[in-house]
Design a protein around this ligand. Structure first.
Ligand SMILES: [Ca+2]
Ligand SMILES: [Ca+2]
Length: 244
């Protein structure tokens, strides 16, 4: 475009040179005043791309559609037990021809009476009752430790007379010499019962207790009911005491 304008002015001067000389032209008319303004040229080529701009703010897109439901998760722990329900109504009595309760009750009562009768017979025949105690004679001889174990086997203890009445009951029950539940094993001359309590009732035979040969730590009831200290390895009847 810029080249086109001088070319146009040169062409105009050449056209007018046929009638006017160059000097005349210079005297009468300045070049620019005589030349009419040229026309706008064609648009130029596009320029180069500019520098890359800064990153814009993130846009806000539209909310997507709700996806399908996920897979079923694992079972949770069992919950706490529920509260106790209300008590239901009492049911109707059932029928059971084989279950004649009245007959069973009658038979049980008869057996119980028979058992009580046998128990009394047995107690009167082999035991002596004094107050709230029963004394029982095993009928066979054994040493002290064996007699003690026999009584313990029946949840009983070896008989220890606490007064004249109990001493006489044991004497009448045992037809021979019997061990009493008395010993001075722990402290010589200090006689105690099977619970370790010092005995207060005593019925020693004359000259006893003598701890003969320094080895008599158990007590024998003689046939007359008096006591004698003897060796624990001796063998006499065992008499046990039961609560009535
Ligand atoms: Ca002794
Ligand atoms: Ca003695």
């Amino acid at each position: 475009m810029f080249l086109f304008l001088p070319f146009l002015l040169l062409l105009l001067c050449l056209v007018t040179s046929d009638t006017v000389t160059n000097e005349e032209v210079q005297k009468t008319c300045p070049v620019m005043a005589c030349i009419p303004p040229g026309m706008n040229g064609f648009p130029g080529k596009d320029g180069r791309d500019g520098a890359k701009g800064e990153k814009g703010e993130p846009g806000q897109g539209l909310r997507g559609l709700q996806g399908p439901p996920g897979k079923l998760g694992p079972a949770g722990p069992p919950g706490p037990p529920g509260s106790k329900g209300a008590v239901g109504k009492k049911g109707d009595p059932g029928t059971c021809p084989e279950c004649d309760t009245s007959r069973a009750i009658f038979e049980r009562a008869a057996l119980k009476a028979e058992l009580e009768s046998l128990k009394k017979m047995l107690l009167f025949s082999v035991t002596k009752k004094v107050g709230k105690k029963f004394f029982w004679n095993s009928g066979e001889t054994r040493n002290f430790d064996s007699a003690k174990a026999l009584c313990a086997q029946f949840q009983a203890s070896m008989a220890t007379p606490l007064n004249t009445e109990e001493n006489q009951a044991i004497r009448s029950l045992a037809k021979d010499s019997a061990f009493l539940g008395i010993t001075d094993k722990e402290n010589e001359g200090q006689f105690v019962d099977m619970a370790g309590r010092r005995v207060t009732y005593r019925n020693w035979n004359k000259g006893e207790h003598n701890n003969a040969d320094s080895g008599e730590h158990c007590v024998q009831m003689l046939l007359d009911g008096t006591w004698n200290d003897v060796t624990c390895s001796s063998s006499f009847l065992a008499v046990c005491k039961f609560p009535a």
